[in-house]
Design a binder for this molecule. Structure first.
Ligand code: ACO
Length: 402
């Protein structure tokens, strides 16, 4: 690692690194990835241990504060998150301004950005108390907002959060309850949902997190920064891949069609890529994909789904791709999105909700990274340079002479 800032400033030169493939944009003590080993640590703890032994709100505390909470700290944190889950009642009117058939991600970008218009008392980024309240509000209200975006898109009434339910249970209840028939939250499904949240909670300087940091580096308020992160996450090369992956698996449909799609993915003249495969940092198994695969089996067993064709296609596609020299040479392995869609679909979510679920899970990571940056006295506004390739100086020509 070379810190070349002073040297470059003196010589008035800069590095050219499109896509930031080899440029660190910050120092961070939150999340560590070893892409060659397929290792992911939150504050030093391996993701598989956290997925198995911990739960999402404990992981949120860990990401935000650097250490696992003791019993009192955890109870206090859970209490505060639970008490912030309601959204301002006027936000209901804001939702109603969207077209019914809006994608829930479109609604979320707008509504989360608009939180800065509803919560004026937590916009001052220089006040630690306001930063804390904004963080709590975002982590607590994102499930409510995602569930409201879903309910609105299907024309059902909003379901208010309940203080007697856990974080994941509450989200499932807000999505699937209807006044005529309250939803009975199956504890094992709530656990699987919670694990999905945990696996997505942070992933160091990916595109959306870098977007949050860049927006925050100008002093923008936290709600605006998280809205920027949600917008970035939406793209199919990033968080939108879970929706695109399940749609691809459905399109493949049966295992006999897999070779046709593998051939397309290898064809340089075809823009098609195997969704849910490949990663900028992991050149080995994405450790989250391993846990997600086990979870998919568990959830389908629990729901009594034994002949899920999509899961069969996914497993066979993974097997064939991992033996194919193209994928082996390019070190393309299944990523976190490869199996998550199968679980979410089995739970009853439409594909349009996959990326909103990713967004609500990642909110704690974005907020932790944003806080780390704001609390760093050396933080300065992000301002990448460019390699200019346009015209050299030329004189203006009047429109009559062009
Ligand atoms: N299918 C087929 N070929 C692929 C795939 C894929 N999924 N991914 C990469 N490749 C090939 C590329 O064509 C390229 O080949 P080349 O060297 O012959 O030109 C090579 O592998 C490297 O690909 P890049 O796009 O340069 O790698 P990069 O690190 O920029 O991209 C990315 C990573 C965007 C994740 C890519 O692998 C991809 O598009 N995957 C599919 C989308 C996806 O699953 N995204 C989710 C990522 S995880 C997340 O954001 C939560």
């Amino acid at each position: 690692v070379v810190d070349i800032r002073k040297l470059y400033a003196q010589a008035d030169v800069f590095t050219y690194d499109p896509g930031f493939t080899s440029t660190a944009s910050c120092e961070s003590s939150i999340t560590f990835i070893d892409g060659d080993k397929g290792e992911l640590l939150y504050r030093g703890y391996p993701i598989d241990q956290l997925a198995e032994k911990s739960h999402y709100l404990e992981v949120c505390y860990l990401l935000l504060n650097g250490e696992l909470p003791n019993k009192t700290e955890l109870e206090d944190f859970e209490y505060r998150i639970t008490r912030h889950t309601m959204v301002h009642e006027q936000m209901h009117n804001f939702f109603r301004g969207f077209r019914r058939d809006s994608h829930p991600m479109a609604t979320m970008v707008g509504v989360v950005g608009a939180m800065s218009a509803f919560y004026h008392d937590s916009l001052d980024i220089n006040d630690p108390w306001q930063r804390e309240v904004a963080s709590m509000r975002l982590i607590a209200k994102l499930p409510t907002i995602a569930a409201m975006a879903y309910k609105y898109s299907i024309g059902q009434p909003f379901v208010y959060p309940r203080n007697d339910l856990g974080y994941a249970e509450n989200f499932l209840n807000m999505c699937f309850s209807v006044p005529a028939e309250p939803y009975k939250v199956e504890p094992a499904l709530a656990k699987a949902m919670d694990r999905i949240f945990t696996l997505h909670a942070d992933h160091e300087q990916n595109a959306s997190t870098s977007t949050v940091r860049l927006a925050g580096s100008s002093g923008a308020n936290p709600f605006a920064c998280i809205a920027a992160g949600i917008a970035c996450l939406w793209g199919p090369a990033h968080g939108g891949a879970n929706q695109a992956c399940l749609e691809m698996l459905r399109e493949i449909g049966t295992v006999d069609k897999i070779p046709e799609y593998i051939a397309r993915a290898k064809d340089k003249d075809d823009p098609f890529r195997l969704m849910g495969f490949g990663h900028r940092v992991y050149k080995n198994f994405d450790p989250r994909a391993k846990v997600m695969k086990e979870s998919a089996d568990e959830v389908l067993d629990l729901l009594g789904v034994h002949d899920n064709e999509t899961l069969q296609v996914a497993k066979e596609l993974e097997r064939i791709a991992l033996e194919d020299p193209y994928f082996v040479e390019k070190k393309l392995y299944p990523n976190v999105d490869f199996y998550s869609g199968i679980i979410l679909e089995a739970m009853g979510f439409p594909t349009s909700m996959f990326t909103p679920i990713f967004a609500l899970s990642r909110t704690v990571g974005w907020i932790s990274q944003w806080k780390e940056m704001i609390e760093d006295p050396t933080n300065k506004i992000g301002r990448p340079r460019q390699l200019y390739t346009g015209a050299t100086t030329r004189d203006y020509v009047d429109v009559s002479k062009r």
